[in-house]
Structure formats: C-alpha cells, structure tokens
Ligand binder design. Structure first.
Ligand SMILES: CC(C)(COP(=O)(O)OP(=O)(O)OC[C@H]1O[C@@H](n2cnc3c(N)ncnc32)[C@H](O)[C@@H]1OP(=O)(O)O)[C@@H](O)C(=O)NCCC(=O)NCCS
Length: 172
C-alpha cells in the first residue's frame, strides 16, 4: 500500500508511539529512539518528531531538532565574509534522522528532511538561526545530506550545513 506522506503524520514523539519495532539498520539510532528520545524531550535538550501512518502507532521514521551555536570560522570563507563578526552564530541542529527499513527507498527520508527544514524555518522566524546543521553518522549519511545541497564544514566534514536563506527559498 502506498505511504501517505503528509505533514499531519509527523508529530512530537509521545507515549502513544510504538518505538519497539523501529529498525533503521543502525543500532545506535534504534536504541536512541527506544531509550533516549523521550528523556531528551522531557529534559528539553532535543525535540523528537515521529512519522506514523493512520491506524498504526508504529514509528516509521523520526528526527530531532535542537538549538545550537557554531564558531564562525567553521564556515567556508566566502560565506563567512558576508556575515557579521560575532564569533559564534545561532543554528538549528538536525541531530538525528532515520527511517524504518520496511519503508526505505520510498521517499520517507526526503519527506522527513523537508518537514524538519520547514519546522526549522518557522522556528527561525521567532528565534533566529542562520543555518540548519547535521551530524552525519557516516559517509553514507553524509552522501544523503549532500544529495540535498548540504555543504560540509571546513574542519569537520561529517558535520554539514544548509544556510537558512537557502531553506527559505525552498518554501518561497
Ligand atoms: C539515510 C536515510 C534517512 C534515507 O531514507 P530513505 O527514506 O531510504 O530515502 P529516500 O527514499 O527519501 O531518498 C530520497 C533521495 O535521497 C537519495 N538517497 C537516499 N539515501 C542516500 C544516500 N545514503 N546517499 C545518497 N543519496 C541517498 C535517494 O536516492 C533519493 O534520491 P532521488 O529522489 O533523487 O531519487 C535512511 O536510509 C536511514 O534511516 N539510514 C540509517 C540512519 C541514517 O544514516 N541517518 C542519517 C544520519 S543521522
């Protein structure tokens, strides 16, 4: 059956979600969803959002968002030149993003990434963030983000960013 990829099927992770069967093929991320994500939400260190289908509580994908700061020197020189010299800059961290293997390759990863970017842009209209940054777990994940125009930081290539101005263009 075709998946319904609608924003209303992504909501903050809560007790009603079934996290036990989730398997993205990455044990650390599976464990994070099962054991840590709700605690992070309660302690307000990350906001986890879960994707489900109507009639089933099973989590089929999730992502987390947090506020973060980056040293300005991490940015590529051409971008750095156009920014005020504040030393540190506010960003939104897309800490984790994963899709259950049962629905892999069907556009859920892209759908969740776009949902996370839309949410980050909306939040940045109230509390500024000049980019969305991600920490790719490995080179495969890095390729996923580069596929969507994220650029690597100078010193930490598995950490990537997408300027919020570019995110805004996506939704203009
Ligand atoms: C990476 C992941 C989120 C992709 O999810 P998915 O639902 O299978 O991906 P989609 O079907 O939405 O793919 C969307 C596009 O990205 C591309 N893509 C998917 N994975 C990719 C990868 N590793 N490298 C490059 N491109 C990739 C697809 O080819 C597709 O491109 P197209 O639209 O041009 O055809 C998923 O495989 C996953 O959860 N992996 C384990 C956890 C992980 O690595 N998370 C990311 C870092 S924390």
């Amino acid at each position: 059956m075709a998946l319904a990829l609608l924003a209303e099927h992504v909501r903050p992770l809560d007790k009603a979600h079934d996290r036990q069967s989730f398997d993205c093929g990455h044990p650390g991320l599976n464990r994070y969803l099962r054991e840590q994500a709700r605690q992070d939400a309660e302690k307000r260190v990350a906001a986890p959002f879960a994707f489900t289908q109507p009639g089933s509580p099973a989590v089929l994908g999730f992502y987390t968002l947090s506020a973060a700061i980056i040293p300005v020197q991490e940015l590529p020189p051409d971008l750095m030149k156009r920014l005020p010299r504040y030393g540190q800059l506010p960003v939104t961290l897309l800490g984790r993003l994963a899709v259950d293997r049962s629905v892999g390759g069907q556009g859920v990863g892209e759908f969740l990434l776009v949902d996370a970017l839309r949410r980050s842009l909306e939040a940045a209209q109230q509390i500024a963030a000049m980019a969305v940054i991600v920490d790719a777990k490995d080179e495969r994940a890095e390729r996923f983000y580069r596929h969507f125009d994220f650029q690597p930081f100078q010193r930490t290539p598995l950490r990537l960013f997408l300027p919020m101005a570019q995110v805004a263009q996506l939704f203009a």
